[in-house]
Structures are given as structure tokens and as C-alpha cells.
Design a protein around this ligand. Structure first.
Ligand SMILES: *Cc1c(COP(=O)(O)O)cnc(C)c1O
Length: 221
């Protein structure tokens, strides 16, 4: 894979993605010239997991008018205002407190961001996100929020599953969304990364988030 170029990788991936699915290119740690190359290839949705890194990139790419930025990492409450100014999509809403903060800030903003709730389909103390029982418990409070648009669910799978287990687990996300739909108008399922996106697509993903599969390995931290 490392010898392939970005256009080649992209072509191979696009051949596997049904057209209504949105490909979010994860540009964390990707240099600006490479992001420009992705843009020149027609990509417009870029995902970042840190507000500050995204702000720097958005500024460097300000001449490209139609980029859509997606926040895919944990959002701290003191960065919430800056996040709303940059990201039309926030995939990583992982607590009632941050959802309420975004709701409160949105009262003063013209364009409400579209929010996805990050769900842990299996309990994992190392990860951010709602467990399924936590999400059910928060539902009355979430459905009362007036100024945010909660439109979907996002998940990251635990490591070490077989392809069959991944697809099975991914399919729990749209099923959960269907259960919650009387309370929230959920229609987006953000699931699937470079190693597991085929299983996510088979399970009903509407957005996949690919980094290494497009841009190659990231440098080690
Ligand atoms: C880094 C990241 C991705 C992309 O992961 P790859 O394995 O590089 O495709 C997707 N989603 C989230 C939340 C990430 O942090």
C-alpha cells in the first residue's frame, strides 16, 4: 500500500463506496500540501480530532472555499465555541454536558452544527462516548435541546474483532438509531475507519472516516 499514490488509493476506495455515503478524509497530522492534493482530487469533507489543529489548517486552506470540516475527536467544553465556528459537523458529542453547552452556544449562532452522538457499543473505560444504557437515560434531556440538530450516531469499534464480528457490532448502531428515532431524528451513521470500513458499509454506514487508508501511515506520536 505504501507505494500507491493518493489518487490510486482514492480510486480503489471510491470503487467500494456507494455514492450516497459521505467519505470523510481524516487529515490529522497530514501536511497542508497533501490536503491540497486531496482537494484537487475532488475531496471536500475533512475530519480532524483537535480543534486547534483544525483551526490552523482551515486558515492555511482559507482560499479553498467549499471545504466541510468534521470534528471527530473529544470536544472540551472550553473549545465548544471555537468548534461551532469551524465545524458544520461534530461526530463526537459524548456527554450530556457538552450537548447542553453546544445547545446554549447555538442560541447566538446563525448556523447550527449537525451533531452525532458517539456511542460505545461495548463498555470501554479507555474511550469517550455513551454506553447504550447511558444514552437511553439521557434521551429525555437530549430531546429537549432546542438549538442543536442531533442527526446521527457515531462509533469506534473495540480492537481485535474478526470481520464478521465487526459487521455484526456495527449493525447495532443503525438498530439503536431506529430505537431512538421517536425521540431524535437520526439518519446519519458515522462508522468505519481504514481497517474496518467495508464491514461498516455492509452494516449501513452513511459516513466513513478514513485516514491511513488514503494518506498512508501517520508518524508515531
Ligand atoms: C484517526 C481517526 C480516524 C481515521 O483512522 P484511520 O485508521 O487512519 O483510518 C477515524 N475516526 C476517528 C475518530 C479518528 O480519530
Amino acid at each position: 500500500m505504501s507505494e500507491d499514490t493518493l489518487p490510486q488509493r482514492l480510486q480503489a476506495i471510491q470503487g467500494r463506496i456507494p455514492s450516497p455515503v459521505r467519505l470523510v478524509c481524516v487529515t490529522k497530522q497530514v501536511p497542508i500540501p497533501v490536503i491540497r492534493q486531496a482537494y484537487a482530487l475532488g475531496l471536500r469533507d475533512f475530519g480532524e480530532n483537535r480543534v486547534q489543529e483544525a483551526q490552523v489548517k482551515a486558515q492555511a486552506l482559507a482560499d479553498l472555499p467549499d471545504i466541510t470540516w468534521h470534528l471527530i475527536g473529544h470536544l472540551q467544553s472550553n473549545k465548544a465555541r471555537a468548534a461551532l465556528q469551524l465545524f458544520p459537523w461534530i461526530h463526537s458529542v459524548d456527554s450530556l454536558a457538552i450537548a447542553q453547552k453546544l445547545d446554549q452556544l447555538n442560541q447566538t449562532l446563525a448556523q447550527p452544527a449537525q451533531l452525532l452522538l458517539q456511542v460505545k457499543l461495548r463498555p470501554d473505560p479507555q474511550k469517550y462516548g455513551w454506553t447504550v444504557p447511558e444514552l437511553h437515560a439521557a434521551l429525555p434531556a437530549l430531546s429537549q435541546l432546542q438549538h442543536v440538530k442531533i442527526v446521527g450516531l457515531m462509533t469506534i469499534l473495540p480492537l481485535g474483532l474478526s470481520p464478521g464480528e465487526r459487521q455484526h457490532l456495527f449493525s447495532e448502531l443503525p438498530a439503536l438509531g431506529a430505537q431512538l428515532q421517536p425521540h431524535l431524528p437520526l439518519r446519519e451513521y458515522s462508522m468505519g475507519m481504514s481497517d474496518d470500513y467495508p464491514q461498516a458499509l455492509a452494516a449501513g454506514a452513511t459516513m466513513i472516516r478514513l485516514g491511513r487508508g488514503l494518506f498512508g501511515e501517520r508518524p508515531l506520536p
